[in-house]
Design a protein around this ligand. Structure first.
Ligand code: NAG
Ligand code: NAG
Ligand code: NAG
Ligand code: NAG
Ligand code: NAG
Ligand code: NAG
Ligand code: NAG
Ligand code: NAG
Ligand code: NAG
Ligand code: NAG
Ligand code: NAG
Length: 862
């Protein structure tokens, strides 16, 4: 018991309640960090001065297998840099900062990543307010900077010099180097895929050219994306962008180069994207998948060209329809042995009206020849996998090394002819010269542009249906695997809400286009069902290998809970590994947006109604339905608002869905630090009173209109009154609001606690009522907290208001002191390292310490 308790305190001190402001902007050598050690701050251990950036050991998308040392732009949660992108670590692996630099260890011994040898010893690691992670020597000279080793992103203030490049990540959760490059050349910025160019900045219509100078670097600022020459004095290319507060340029996982901007309130706008047409990215539809634009608004869709059909997961993309042929990989000797100069090399025609992404930029147009010669060039070279021949010009485009997607082109159907090299077991080669005439009808049927579109749609409909589904599922892999039979299996569980096909949800959400929120369980997208009802579709991530049936059993329970203050589950989808939940759509989004956002302040009556609605919803979960459900994650983000500020609780019952072996607890808690009851940190049981505590914390935020753990904008007089107190605030204006509320309650000055934006539109009595209920809810001793039914009674007025028990609130003084001390950590960093060591000396130690709160504890009781 004793060691565990000590550990809790350390945890609390370093990463607990005051996690947001605990970090300094720099740390000194002999510092060690693991994800587990900083779990309460999602792995963050360093924060830039204004908190705009964090350095963290982080697992993107909450998956549990890949952790990276990252720099994160906090308002948008964008990873702008990662150290060990190709060498991920686990949640217990360490990052060490020594005088020699940063080293990332795997299982405590093997070096996974490290900074290069440095000129002089490191005296500090600093994260600047621009997002640059810098190693400094004793005279504050930079020894190494993350800005000079970009991964897939640049930010304002960063330069991407000529000769360097950005490489995309494989996926949003796997940051390994992917297949797309943005390179800066002396004349341009180009996008490449396996050496094949598919986009150039100079070809963007509004990128006006200022000079014929040589490009030296790329940069973005608040108004433009620029390629500069002559040491920044000459602009070679400029794309003018709308004025923005902050901007990030990223080479996205799909190969598109995007520039996004962020307003002060965290609103994200996509300012620029190249290429803007998804079909012009090289692998949108996988190898040889045919990418087609439907109507202007709809997103591109994929199917296989004539003579090809969808491959398996082993052979992603499209493969020759005839089993006798295979499309070889470049210079694969096992294929070419005995084949290269035999008649078994042949060509399949792609049909008319088809283009290859690279042809526009290709410099392999070596010859102006006839079709026969073009084919011979390809046949003689094992790196050639196919060719395009342009009738009108006689141009011959050789497709080398890697085959990407093809696209329907609006050019003349017969002008551009594509042929793909195949190796056949049979000797009956398809000679392009003889197949041309036969293929004409096929070509006519398949042309997509204008007139042919509808016919093609009819023919392609089956393909389209299947590929949309699989494309969305497997786009990263370019995998065209058709639905497994498991997905078609059906079983009946009484009370199960409506079951949706994944494909229906892809359509409803326009391929998961509009992200409206994200939480511990996954991202939420806006959607519209065919009957025009708006829905919120939650894509659950990292569920582990939980069986579909177990999932459905839980869903049936959640789906049977109906209460006006609980978000209604309308349906679900469980296909393959996909797990989605479909909820009713809430017009006004989550409470945190209304409460902390920049919009008009909530009126007192609205706040009160939200408090009462939330209390009623929770009371129902705790006692009103067949099975008691403990929410475990009450916070403003999980309280949604409908018209007239009717509050509805979301995400209830979900903690049960996490599989026991995964660290679901951590996922659940990451967004939740200010709302966590003390019993999470001690060995006590988690009961419904845990939710009561979180509700009390939310109630205090409703009163004050600001986060409990945040920098307060206190008036000087308040600061004065508080500095006389036991460390509620520090000189930097850090205030742990619950403690401030306790102190004001003791002095009877409740009105001081009300959101200043309310002006005088609230009385002392009204504030006192909520503050007293809130303080009762946050009693340290769970049994002293009222149950939710009593809370509802007190709010409605039917039950007399209870008096908070000061002796069970003194722990707030301890939290508050930690909170303000944390703000001085910069000055105390040496001391903190001493204290930090015990928790980090061995992974074994920290695992033991964590084992007492297994995820079973949260998901166990309902
Ligand atoms: C990392 O640093 C800690 C503390 O300085 C040390 O105990 C540990 O041995 C280091 N890890 C390695 C692999 O050097
Ligand atoms: C860090 O560790 C090295 C080697 O273990 C030691 O020489 C050095 O004095 C330590 N520095 C600090 C500041 O503790
Ligand atoms: C940091 O915040 C302060 C106060 O809000 C502001 O004056 C300053 O310009 C900010 N610094 C940066 C680099 O954004
Ligand atoms: C280095 O920078 C830190 C913080 O900015 C400052 O406290 C320190 O005095 C500087 N040291 C030198 C040698 O300039
Ligand atoms: C990206 O560019 C670098 C440098 O030119 C090169 O080494 C790497 O192979 C490229 N990656 C791809 C997938 O083309
Ligand atoms: C962006 O950079 C250009 C070129 O240096 C400069 O003219 C412009 O004023 C900058 N805009 C802002 C908002 O700094
Ligand atoms: C380039 O400009 C920077 C300031 O913008 C200056 O410090 C540097 O000396 C210049 N370099 C050259 C080679 O002119
Ligand atoms: C070469 O071809 C053989 C037979 O088709 C295949 O098994 C192998 O994976 C190929 N190798 C590469 C590197 O593509
Ligand atoms: C290809 O043909 C040449 C002669 O034309 C012959 O020497 C060589 O062995 C053949 N290669 C294969 C793999 O059959
Ligand atoms: C293509 O050109 C070559 C050489 O110029 C010639 O021998 C051949 O007959 C031509 N083929 C056709 C189909 O015109
Ligand atoms: C195949 O084509 C590439 C690019 O055109 C060229 O570099 C290579 O030398 C060619 N190989 C042969 C055997 O002709």
């Amino acid at each position: 018991m004793e060691p565990i308790f000590c550990f809790s305190l350390i945890l609390l001190f370093f990463s607990g309640i005051s996690a947001d402001y605990i970090f300094s902007e720099s740390i000194n050598p002999n510092f060690t960090a693991t994800y587990l050690q900083f779990i309460y701050s999602s792995g963050a251990f360093l924060s830039s001065r204004n908190g705009t950036f964090e350095a963290a050991i982080f697992n993107p998308e909450h998956q549990q297998s890949r952790f990276y040392l990252c720099v994160i732009h906090v308002p948008s949660r964008t990873i702008i840099w990662s150290a060990n992108r190709d060498a991920p670590i686990s949640n217990s692996d360490t990052m060490n900062l020594t005088t020699k630099g940063i080293t990332i260890f795997y299982h405590d011994r093997n070096v996974k990543w490290s900074t290069p040898p440095l000129k002089s010893p490191v005296s500090a690691l600093q994260l600047t307010e621009t997002g640059n992670l810098v190693l400094l020597d004793s005279s504050n000279v930079s020894l190494w900077e993350s800005f000079q080793h970009p991964t897939d992103t640049i930010v304002m203030g960063q330069r991407l010099p000529v000769g360097t490049w950005l490489s995309s990540a494989i996926s949003v959760s796997d940051l390994s180097t992917g297949d797309y490059n943005l390179s800066i050349t002396s004349s341009d910025a180009i996008l490449q895929w396996h050496g094949q160019t598919y986009w150039k900045l100079s070809m963007v219509s509004n990128a006006f050219q200022d000079s014929s100078h040589m490009v030296e670097y790329m940069a973005i600022n608040r108004t433009a994306l620029d390629l500069f020459g002559s040491n920044g004095t000459v602009t070679v290319f400029r794309v003018v962008l709308p004025m923005a507060h902050f901007r990030i340029a990223k080479l996205a996982v799909n190969g598109q180069f995007t520039v996004q901007s962020f307003s002060g309130t965290g609103w994200v706008v996509q300012d620029f994207v190249g290429p803007d047409n998804g079909c012009e990215t090289p692998f949108f539809c996988g190898r040889l998948g045919l990418c087609t634009h439907g109507a202007a608004s709809s997103s591109p869709s994929c199917y296989c060209p004539p003579n090809f059909h969808a491959g398996s997961s082993d052979v992603p993309g499209c493969v020759p329809s005839s089993g006798s042929y295979s499309s070889p990989s470049a210079c694969n000797s096992s294929v070419y042995d005995g084949a290269s100069n035999s008649s078994s090399v042949s060509y399949l025609e792609l049909g008319g009206g088809i283009q290859y992404f690279g042809n526009t930029y290709s410099n392999t147009v070596t010859y102006v020849v006839n079709l026969t010669i073009c084919q011979d060039i390809c046949s003689r070279n094992c790196s050639c996998l196919g060719f395009f021949y342009e009738n009108s010009s006689g141009s011959c485009y050789i497709l080398e090394n890697q085959l990407g997607s093809i696209m329907s082109s609006s050019g003349g159907a017969n002008n551009s002819l594509g042929y793909i090299k195949v190796i056949g077991a049979l000797a009956s080669a398809i000679d392009p010269r003889t197949s041309e005439d036969d293929s004409l009808p096929v070509a006519v049927l398949v042309i997509i542009p204008i007139a042919g579109f509808i016919i093609a749609m009819a023919l392609g409909f089956l393909w389209l249906r299947r590929y949309r589904t699989s494309r969305a599922k497997e786009r990263e892999l370019g995998n065209f695997k058709s639905r497994s039979s498991d997905d078609l299996e059906t079983f009946y569980i009484p009370g199960l809400p409506k079951r949706f096909d994944y494909e229906e949800l892809v359509e409803a959400t326009d391929s998961f286009k509009t992200l409206i929120g994200s939480g511990g369980f996954g991202a939420v997208f806006k959607g519209q069902l065919p009957d025009k009802t708006l829905v919120a579709v939650k894509k659950i991530v990292s569920l582990g290998n939980q069986g579909k049936k177990d999932f459905c059993t839980e869903i049936a329970i959640i789906g049977n809970i109906h209460h006006v203050n609980l978000v209604k589950l309308k349906g679900f989808c469980a296909e393959g590994r996909q797990r989605l939940l479909i909820y009713e759509f809430m017009n006004r989004g989550s409470l945190d947006r209304s409460l902390f956002g920049g919009g008009p302040a909530l009126e007192w009556q609205e706040r009160f109604d939200i408090a009462l609605g939330t209390a009623r919803g929770l009371a129902y979960l705790h006692g009103g339905c067949e099975q008691k459900i403990i929410h475990c994650d009450i916070k403003p983000e999980n309280i949604l608002l409908h018209d007239h500020f009717q509050a509805k609780i979301s995400d209830f019952g979900l903690s049960k869905l996490l599989s026991p072996e995964q660290s679901g607890l951590f996922t659940t808690m990451r967004g939740t630090r200010g709302y966590l009851a003390p019993e999470w940190l001690t060995n006590s049981a988690i009961t419904e009173k845990t939710d009561v505590y979180s509700f009390g914390m939310v109630l205090l935020e409703l009163v004050s209109g600001r986060k409990n753990c945040s920098v307060g904008s206190q008036s000087p007089s308040k600061d004065e009154s508080m500095s006389s107190n036991s460390g509620t605030s520090s000189g930097t204006g850090l205030v742990y609001f619950p403690l401030y509320a306790l102190e004001m309650h003791e002095q009877g000055r409740h009105l001081e606690l009300a959101d200043p934006r309310l002006g005088g539109r609230v009385s002392n009595e009204e504030v006192e009522k909520l503050v007293r209920v809130a303080l009762c809810c946050v009693h340290e001793e769970p049994s002293l907290r009222p149950n939710m039914a009593t809370v509802v009674g007190m709010l409605e007025g039917g039950t007399p208001l209870a008096q908070p028990r000061i002796e069970s609130l003194n722990f707030l003084r301890f939290y508050g002191r930690r909170f303000s001390e944390a703000s001085m950590i910069a000055e105390e960093s040496t001391a903190s390292q001493q204290a930090r060591k015990p928790s980090a000396t061995s992974t074994g130690g920290s695992q033991t310490a964590f084992s007492y709160i297994s995820s079973h504890d949260i998901s166990g009781p309902r």
